[in-house]
Ligand binder design. Sequence first.
Ligand code: PGA
Length: 243
Amino acid sequence: MSANGPRVLVVPQVGWAAAVAAELAARLVERPSLRVCLPTGGTPTPVYAALAKAVRAGRCSLAAATVVLLDEWVGLAPGDPARCDVRLQGELLDHLETPPAFVRIGVDAADLAAAVARHDAAAAGLDLAVVGLGMNGHIGFNEPGSSPSGATRVVALQPVTITAATAQYGARSAPSGGVTVGFARLLAAQEVWLLVTGERKAAVLRQALEGPEDAACPASLLRRHPRLTVFADEAAAAQLRGI
Ligand code: PGA
């Protein structure tokens, strides 16, 4: 990586989640009112377990923080186990005695456009945006082709993403679309963290960090952020040449 490039932290798989949670806890200690955008998915699940443990141990608190949801499916019924709000609630918020303010995405509202505009406003002024990496390079539901100045919006999903909803996350029906915080808000956050684990992500992580900075791999657009940290486990980092 160049001197001005992202900070890439490579951690053995066994300690990866605890390392990310420890950094999150440190941010929360520095700024208890942290305004943080959080993702769901297989990658952050162990981080949330470790963070809840840190809260229970008294090492940090989310009581004064605000959590803004990164993305949400459209077309899944409230309570569907694949819903991002259900997952974040179940994996993190339900484990906290005093949970943070939680800004869900109002995909069940009669006026979806108004709900999306409200979420875009909620995603303004983030201290920290935490995101995962899709197999196609997507960030949230910013699929390939997304603009770096993209707003929070309703998006059509790629077949691979719809398949993940049912195969990986157990959705009871196929979602019809998604709502995602757009790159304009993510790149305006004070800090961005990209979480990546597993061998299956190695090629796409290499493309994101060492390939062209191009909307074909939306994650590569994060490199324009001056404070991007990549938390990778050793398997995900295996194809990186520049570290
Ligand atoms: P995963 O999903 O964490 O379940 O691999 C990441 C993503 O598709 O954004």
